[in-house]
Design a protein around this ligand. Structure first.
Ligand SMILES: Nc1ncnc2c1ncn2[C@@H]1O[C@H](COP(=O)(O)OP(=O)(O)O)[C@@H](O)[C@H]1O
Ligand SMILES: [Mg+2]
Length: 221
């Protein structure tokens, strides 16, 4: 599934992560915690190969950081879903078209697109808003739209980098519940957060903490 083997990350010789070993299995829910600047986003970027390790090997699905070619990175990213705190929504397209966009780009047939978009919107509880424009949505609904867009390729892994960072506690809980529902259907979820309440609300999860350039498995419940 996902494995990091003796992985180090450095920016301009400044080491962020040192000799990391992690394995994530099919269907797991894993939180990445740690203070701001600890390297949570960097760790996630390794997985969608936005950052390559200075040493060691990242394996994700069928791809390895040792052998992946530049043009294959976009194929890799189509097999996983990625969600950010600040989703870049297409403000001049409605909700449906925001989700459909990547499918048009990859040449999926019109009928199939409709089916998959409506199913992704139903998964996040946004079916009734499919004709709305992104700016007519609340913050929580915008984030749901981001999740629907990440789900439309039916990924085996969903990577979420502080997906609730801009949301109030109750909306954050709703987003977490949506992610738990998706996880219960078998999609692995890797979520960076500094919100310990969310971690506590997800008993069936593993917690990886980044501290002093190391990743350690912790219990905080
Ligand atoms: N592209 C980059 N170039 C140089 N330094 C970076 C870059 N990206 C992140 N950093 C630094 O690496 C450290 C870890 O950053 P990051 O992975 O974003 O941490 P977190 O997500 O836990 O807040 C920080 O000190 C940050 O300033
Ligand atoms: Mg970050």
């Amino acid at each position: 599934m996902v494995s990091l083997s003796n992985v180090s990350v450095a920016y301009d010789k400044y080491q962020i992560l040192e000799n990391i070993n992690i394995t994530i299995h099919q269907g797991e829910f894993v939180f990445i915690v740690g203070r701001t600047g600890a390297g949570k986003s960097s760790l996630l970027k390794l997985l969608y190969m936005d950052v390559l390790p200075a040493s060691g090997t990242v394996t994700i699905g069928d791809y390895s950081s040792d052998t992946i070619r530049k043009r294959e990175v976009s194929f890799l990213r189509r097999t996983i879903g990625i969600i950010f705190q600040d989703m870049k929504l297409l403000e001049d397209r409605n909700v449906f078209d925001n989700v459909a966009f990547t499918l048009h780009v990859t040449g999926v047939k019109r009928k199939k697109i409709k089916q998959r978009v409506l199913s992704a919107l139903a998964d996040v509880g946004l079916s009734h808003k499919r004709n709305s424009m992104p700016l007519e949505l609340s913050g929580g609904e915008q984030q749901r739209l981001g999740i629907a867009r990440a789900l439309v390729n039916d990924p085996w892994l969903l990577i979420a980098d502080e997906p609730t960072g801009n949301l109030d506690p109750s909306t954050s809980n709703d987003i977490l519940d949506t992610l738990i529902k998706i996880n219960n259907r078998g999609t692995a979820i890797l979520m960076a957060t500094h919100n310990y309440n969310l971690v506590k609300r997800t008993p069936a999860s593993r917690i990886l903490q980044i501290r002093d350039r190391q990743v350690v498995e912790v219990e905080m419940r």
